[in-house]
Ligand binder design. Structure first.
Ligand SMILES: Nc1ncnc2c1ncn2[C@@H]1O[C@H](COP(=O)(O)OP(=O)(O)O)[C@@H](O)[C@H]1O
Ligand SMILES: CC(=O)N[C@@H](CCC(=O)OP(=O)(O)O)C(=O)O
Length: 312
């Protein structure tokens, strides 16, 4: 008789190490924001889809909210339209709004839905317009203390998560584009024939609002940096953990892309979400790494007086 070598033992150990986490998070909702800057190559997008499907098969309820800022800018450029940002938000003319809607719902969302569905009939795409998921009113940017009109940019006023819950209950993975319907009924009705009834919402803001409305356990924001740098751009020291109050104090000093992300994280943890995390989407399988690494790999925001059980 010869002893059989069990070469798969390390794999089995890795799976067993994940058991406490999987037990704790079984049946919990996780909102994952996939930023346009993190969608840099095909391999990364495939690995992202595998991670999300893995979570779903492990018994969690993942919801994807995607960005597409660079993809929108590229399309505007192609059409000879200007791309301008004020206060970190895109100045969205009615013409640009049509392009935003076309790129997010018709291009980026379709691609992610396709990648997820390579693993089975799981993903269903929708925008915030569908089933009144997201309703918004016009948002004005604050630039140097001034209130500035930036066109069809929306501020979410209501979320009706019913359709998303129904998809989750049915075992599906909702993939959501950050476009909202107007709260103005006349404006909303005119949107059926064009872009006038809809608003462009920053995808970080939309993901955070949805995480809160779904009572999600975790909000994960995938971007193109390791996390929140303490003294960006002078140092690359990542802040690994922050309470809501600590983050609130930092907010006025934050720059550009990080502002909606960190505001979103703060909104989420102040509204029932147990943890909000900013992680590096350029790292393959960053979602699984974040979950299965004790320390995590990015920046984690937790509610004050972290009393919520399981907020790790
Ligand atoms: N304190 C900070 N820490 C990390 N990144 C920062 C910070 N302040 C500003 N940034 C910028 O924010 C960018 C991420 O935001 P953004 O470009 O909007 O990404 P996404 O497409 O993922 O939403 C980073 O690439 C970096 O240039
Ligand atoms: C109002 C506003 O700025 N909307 C964003 C929506 C897409 C987005 O947020 O994409 P990222 O996550 O890739 O940045 C935009 O038009 O670029």
């Amino acid at each position: 008789m010869s002893a059989r070598k069990h070469t798969a033992l390390p794999k089995a150990r890795t799976l067993i190490e994940a058991l406490p986490w999987l037990t704790r998070h079984h049946g919990k909702t996780v909102v994952i924001k996939f930023g346009g800057n993190a969608m840099v190559d095909e391999e990364l997008k495939r690995a992202f889809a595998q991670d999300v499907v893995f979570l779903r098969h492990a018994g969690l309820r993942p919801v994807v909210v995607h960005g597409g800022g660079p993809q929108i800018s590229a399309q505007l450029d192609l059409l000879g339209l200007e791309s301008e940002f004020k206060g970190g938000l895109r100045v969205t003319t009615p013409e640009a709004m049509n392009v935003v809607r076309m790129v997010l719902a018709g291009q980026v969302q379709r691609e992610l839905v396709g990648l997820l569905n390579e693993h089975g009939p799981l993903a269903v795409g929708m925008t915030g317009e569908d089933a009144h998921l997201m309703t918004a009113t016009k948002h004005f940017a604050q630039v140097d203390g001034e209130r500035v009109d930036i066109g069809r940019v929306g501020e979410i006023t209501a979320i009706d998560p019913g359709a998303v819950q129904a998809l989750l209950d049915d075992g599906r993975i909702p993939v959501i584009s950050s476009i909202a319907r107007s709260s103005d009924e006349e404006d909303a009705a005119s949107g059926a024939s064009g872009a006038s009834g809809v608003f462009n919402v920053n995808a970080d803001t939309a993901a955070a609002a949805l995480a809160a409305a779904l009572d999600a356990e975790t909000l994960m924001v995938l971007t193109d940096v390791e996390g929140l740098y303490e003294d960006w751009p002078n140092s690359d020291e990542v802040i690994s953990r922050l309470t809501a109050t600590e983050l609130e104090k930092l907010l006025p000093d934050l720059a550009s892309g990080m502002v909606p992300k960190m505001r979103g994280c703060l909104h989420a943890v102040r509204n029932g979400v147990h943890t909000a995390r900013v992680i590096d989407g350029r790292v393959q399988h960053s979602i699984l790494l974040e979950i299965f690494t004790d320390e995590g790999i990015g920046t984690m925001v937790v509610p004050d007086a972290n009393t919520i059980e399981g907020a790790t």
